[in-house]
Ligand binder design. Structure first.
Ligand code: NDP
Ligand code: ZN
Length: 356
């Protein structure tokens, strides 16, 4: 059995390099060698907040692209040597959940989230992808390996927030949290036809990027409750749609308070701790305000990857402003993850490039 190196969660609060057996390839699967990788705030929740419970010697990471090194006998559209993109969520496409329109919940709630949750993630010298024909997509020549990493999670998750909030033409939209996920929610809301886009966040580098993606107004959550500031900006009316991509369990209270009746909240924030979220009774229309809250894990899958990649190919979406920190070489995965943990104020997203 050949061995490989990977950067892993050793237990809650502890990470390190480990040696592990190379993954094996089933008939529908593929084995991938990473070409570029990126750590995620979710990796930080998983390791340092223990948000998923304890995991031992589990290789981290779910954002990356790579080169196919092996495919199973039933895989039709990919072969060794192909350069591929892959989403963070890799559902079982034959499952009933997928047939029901919820591929991300195949195999149980959040079951499509396999990398660095139920199996080793992508921060290994090799990683395994189930349902290769459904979960891989060919990497277009015009998209760099660093940019492709943003198609694994940041773009599809930020855009899913927009889908969950059902943003439509002319909507006044509030995006709470403008880290990389929120920035992609701003870009997605803009593409979906939002008019005003109010952005909540403090890091100047994120505020600048948000302006480029279509943000029109800015709120600092450290200056007081978000709802009060948003109500002031909207003459007491509130906004039509809200995407939550940052904050904590109490953020829902602020969101409901500044959402118009009939408005919709799409949450993609990963709630790392605590037991309950609070919904304010009065502002939720004493239970009858038609204020919908929808939280969801992004769907994943090849078609979605191909379509979102097309936005980059035709020039409608540019992820380069998000790539603030770049490392060269697989061994820097550790540095990139630590950067994500420490979140220096000039950071949006670090990327580790193994091959251009
Ligand atoms: P970041 O930490 O980079 O960004 C968080 C944003 O929220 C920042 O703009 C931050 O502001 C802001 N913020 C922090 N505290 C508050 C507060 N109390 N009220 C309002 N805003 C606040 O995170 P990412 O963009 O990388 O990720 C965002 C979330 O999405 C994470 O929880 C992540 O785990 C989750 N996620 C979910 C996925 C899914 O599939 N559903 C996939 C990937 C990520 P500041 O400028 O001050 O830092
Ligand atoms: Zn992620």
């Amino acid at each position: 059995m050949s061995m490989m190196k990977g950067y892993a969660m050793l237990k809650i609060g502890e990470t390190g390099w480990i040696e592990k057996e190379r993954p094996t390839c089933g008939p529908n699967d593929a084995i991938i060698r990473p070409l570029a990788l990126s750590p995620c705030t979710s990796d930080v929740h998983t390791v340092w907040e223990g948000a998923l419970g304890d995991r031992h010697n589990m290789i981290l990471g779910h954002e990356g692209c790579g080169e196919v090194v092996e495919v199973g006998s039933a895989v039709k559209d990919f072969k060794p040597g192909d350069r591929i993109m892959v989403a963070a969520i890799t559902p079982d496409w034959m499952s009933l959940a997928a047939q029901d329109g919820y591929p991300m919940h195949s195999g149980g709630m959040l079951g499509g989230w396999k990398f660095s949750n139920f199996k080793d993630g992508v921060f290994g010298e090799y990683f395994h992808v189930n349902d290769a024909d459904g979960n891989l997509a060919h990497l277009p020549d015009s998209i760099s390996t660093a940019e492709a990493c943003m198609l694994s999670d940041m773009i599809p998750t930020g855009f899913h927030g927009v889908e969950l909030a059902e943003v439509s033409f002319g909507d006044n939209v509030l995006v709470i949290g403008i880290g990389p996920v929120g920035l992609m929610a701003v870009a997605g809301a803009d593409l979906a036809g939002a008019s005003n886009i109010i952005c909540v966040g403090t890091r100047p580098v994120c505020v600048e990027a948000a302006k480029g993606y279509g943000g029109t107004h800015f709120v600092n959550y450290k200056d007081g409750p978000i709802d009060q500031q948003v109500l002031e900006l909207t003459n007491g009316q509130g906004v039509d749609k809200i995407i939550i991509a940052g904050g904590d369990n109490d953020t829902f209270e602020e969101a409901v308070k500044c959402l118009r009746p009939g408005g919709k909240i799409g949450n993609v924030n990963y709630l790392g701790s605590g037991d309950y979220i609070k919904i304010p009774r009065i502002e939720w229309g004493v239970g009858m305000g038609h204020k919908r809250i929808n939280g969801g894990l992004m769907p994943g899958g090849r078609l979605r990857l191909e379509k979102l990649a097309r936005l980059i190919e035709v020039g409608k979406l540019d992820v380069k402003p998000m790539l603030t920190h770049r490392f060269e070489g697989f061994e820097h995965v550790e540095d990139a993850l630590m950067l994500m943990k420490d979140k220096p104020r000039d950071l949006i997203k670090p990327v580790v490039v193994i091959e251009e």
